[in-house]
Design a protein around this ligand. Structure first.
Ligand code: COD
Length: 306
C-alpha cells in the first residue's frame, strides 16, 4: 500500500517512458513540474501552447527542451483540445491542465468529437498527504461536479475507489460526509449518505470497499471523536476516502488542508478514457508533479486490467 507521495513516485515509474500532453504549458510551475517528472524518470511531455512563452519559461525553469516536444497553439481553448486529441489519438498517454481555467480544460475533455468521454460521469479525485496521518487521504469531488445527486455520488464513489485501489488499498474505507452522523430529512446530504451506504450493503455496488455514512468530518477521521459519540462502525475514525456533499464543501476542505495544515496534494479527473492531471493554477510544482505520478500510476493500473 502506498502511504505517501515518495512511495507514489517510486510506484509510478515505468521502463517505457509515458508521454504527457500538457495543455497551455506556458507557466513556470508547470514547466518546473515537467522538469521534476522528467528527472525522476516518470514521463516526457508534449507541451501545447504559446511556443515563444514556453521557450522563455523553460529557460527560467532550466528545463532541457530537447527531451520534450512543443506544439504551437496560441488560443487556450484550442490548446486544451489539441492536448486532449493527442491522448485520444494515442500520441500521448495522459493529458494535463496547465495555465488555464478548470472549466475550459474540462470542456475540452467533454468535447463530443475530440474529447475523452467514456460514457461515465467524470469527477475530480484529490489525494492528500496530511502530516498527522499515517496514510494518504482520498477526497472527492472538490473540483468538478457542482451539486451531484445521489446517482452522481455513486459514480463519484466508483471513480474514487479506482484511485484507492491503484494506491494499493485492498478494502478501502469510504466515508460519505455531511455535517452530522444522524440522518436528517432537512439535511439532504445525510439522506444521500445513508442511501449510498445501503447500496453497498444490499447490492455490493462498491465492493471491495466498505462504505458508511453519514459522517461529520470529525467522526470520519478521528477514532476518539467516533468513540465519544458512540459510533460503532468499521469506517468511523479511520476513513481512507472522504466523499463530500458538494463542490463548495469539498473545495473548502481541500484548500483548508493545503493552506492551514500544509498538506501536500495531488489531483486527477477520473471517469474519462484516461486519467487527467488537474491541479489548481496556484498549486506548487510538487503538487503538479505528484499529480502526474498519480495519473500515471492509475493509467498503468487500468491498462493492466484491460
Ligand atoms: N461528467 C460527464 N459529462 C458531463 C459532466 C461530468 N461531470 N458534466 C457535464 N457533462 C456533459 C453533459 O452531460 C453535457 O453533455 C455536456 O457535458 C455539457 O454539460 P453542461 O452544460 O452541464 O456543461 P458545462 O460546460 O456548462 O459545465 C461542465 C463543467 C465541468 C465545466 C462544470 O460542471 C463546471 O464548471 N464545474 C466546476 C469547475 C470549477 O469551477 N471548479 C472549481 C475550481 S477547481
Amino acid at each position: 500500500m502506498i502511504t505517501n507521495f515518495k512511495e507514489l513516485i517510486t510506484a509510478a515509474k515505468r521502463e517505457q517512458l509515458p508521454t504527457l500532453a500538457v495543455a497551455v504549458a506556458q507557466d513556470l510551475k508547470i514547466l518546473k513540474a515537467v522538469k521534476l517528472a522528467s528527472e525522476l524518470g516518470l514521463a516526457r511531455a508534449v507541451l501545447v501552447g504559446n511556443k515563444a512563452e514556453i521557450e522563455a519559461f523553460a529557460k527560467e525553469a532550466e528545463l532541457d527542451l530537447s527531451e520534450h516536444q512543443i506544439v504551437d497553439v496560441a488560443d487556450k481553448a484550442e490548446a486544451c483540445l489539441t492536448a486532449v486529441k493527442l491522448v485520444r489519438e494515442g500520441k500521448a498517454d495522459v493529458p494535463m491542465k496547465g495555465l488555464v481555467e478548470t472549466s475550459v480544460m474540462l470542456r475540452a475533455v467533454l468535447n463530443k468529437e475530440h474529447g475523452l468521454r467514456g460514457g461515465k460521469l467524470l469527477s475530480h479525485v484529490g489525494v492528500l498527504e496530511v502530516s498527522d496521518l499515517d496514510r494518504l487521504l482520498v477526497l472527492s469531488d472538490s473540483a468538478m461536479n457542482i451539486a451531484p445527486n445521489v446517482d452522481d455520488k455513486a459514480v463519484i464513489i466508483e471513480n474514487s475507489l479506482e484511485v484507492a485501489l491503484a494506491l494499493g488499498l485492498a478494502e478501502p474505507k469510504i466515508a460519505v460526509l455531511s455535517a452530522s452522523e444522524s440522518v436528517n430529512e432537512k439535511m439532504p446530504s445525510t439522506v444521500d449518505a445513508a442511501r449510498l451506504a445501503a447500496m453497498n450493503k444490499e447490492d455490493g455496488r462498491f465492493k471491495p470497499a466498505i462504505v458508511s455514512g453519514p459522517f461529520a468530518l470529525d467522526n470520519a477521521v478521528s477514532k476518539e471523536a467516533a468513540r465519544i459519540k458512540g459510533i460503532d462502525d468499521p469506517v468511523a475514525g479511520q476513513a481512507d476516502v472522504l466523499i463530500v456533499p458538494n463542490i463548495e464543501a469539498g473545495n473548502l476542505l481541500n484548500k483548508s488542508l493545503e493552506y492551514f495544515a500544509h498538506a501536500e496534494k495531488a489531483g486527477v479527473i477520473m471517469g474519462a478514457l484516461a486519467p487527467i492531471v488537474l491541479t489548481s493554477r496556484a498549486s506548487s510544482e510538487y503538487s503538479k508533479m505528484h499529480s502526474i505520478a498519480l495519473a500515471l500510476l492509475i493509467h498503468e493500473t487500468s491498462s493492466k486490467e484491460k
